[in-house]
Ligand binder design. Structure first.
Ligand SMILES: N[C@@H](CCC(=O)N[C@@H](CS)C(=O)NCC(=O)O)C(=O)O
Length: 235
């Protein structure tokens, strides 16, 4: 009998989205439970040692935390395999997955700044990771549209949420960075158009993300239309 999965989330969490992309790409049915960031329930705190989402509850009894561990577990237990078959290629994929937290923090640090000066200083730091990925993608030339070629992989699932957050930021305050990295730009386009990525968040994710900037009183919020207020309440 297939397992029953429940993903525990905050609505805008990119790390939860990574796990959701894997679930979607494998066509796995799952429930999603949104918890209140300010009032995390006891059952959640009991299974999440760092009090972070995602948590994946399996058959109501086992729980996993950390998006990478969740993605790897799903890939080992539910077909089709998203990791490449070749061990060398798989090891290289894992090496690039290990770079995701660095990549993610340059983007998150830019999103959550408190002044224009800070925003510009943090945004300048995105160029380093973008350059490294562009260089890596150059080695994959002619193999797209995803990291390893035609099939979506765990590397794709890991980077897509952050390339989406970059895109949301860029739409509010154009950064002019991805345009200088054509392979990364093409990869981003392919990822954001993939059905598993599109289905991995609430439908109005950009508005909910924008509203979150207002709630957190971040500098970028000044470019957000007040029309998004209440977006997080709409399913
Ligand atoms: N390394 C973790 C990161 C997860 C993470 O940072 N989640 C955020 C939400 S996007 C969180 O729960 N933060 C705790 C907090 O906001 O207090 C993973 O990959 O699962």
């Amino acid at each position: 009998m297939p397992s029953k999965f429940m993903l525990c989330s905050f609505k805008t969490c990119p790390w939860v989205q990574r796990a959701a992309i894997v679930l979607q790409a494998k066509n796995i049915a799952y429930d999603i439970t949104y918890i209140d960031r300010d009032h995390r329930p006891d059952w959640f705190l009991a299974v999440s040692p760092h009090a972070k989402v995602p948590v994946l509850v399996i058959d109501g009894k086992d729980a996993l935390f950390e998006s990478n561990a969740i993605a790897e577990y799903l890939d080992e237990t539910v077909p089709p395999r998203l990791h490449p078959e070749n061990a060398l290629v798989r090891a290289r994929n894992r090496a690039w997955t290990d770079f995701v937290p660095t990549f993610a923090s340059t983007i998150s640090n830019t999103m959550y700044t408190d002044s224009e000066e800070e925003f510009n200083a943090q945004a300048a730091k995105i160029a380093g990771p973008f350059g490294k990925l562009e260089e890596e993608l150059a080695k994959h030339d002619g193999k797209g549209p995803y990291f390893n070629g035609a099939a979506l992989s765990l590397v794709d699932a890991a980077y897509a949420p952050f390339l989406q957050r970059y895109t949301f930021t860029d739409r509010l305050r154009p950064l002019g960075l991805i345009e200088r990295h054509p392979r990364l730009a093409a990869w981003r386009e392919a990822l954001l158009a993939h059905p598993a990525v599109k289905a991995s968040t609430v439908a109005n994710i950009e508005a909910v993300w924008q509203e979150n900037l207002i709630v957190r009183q971040r500098w970028l919020a000044k470019f957000v239309s007040k029309d998004v207020i209440g977006a997080a309440l709409i399913e």
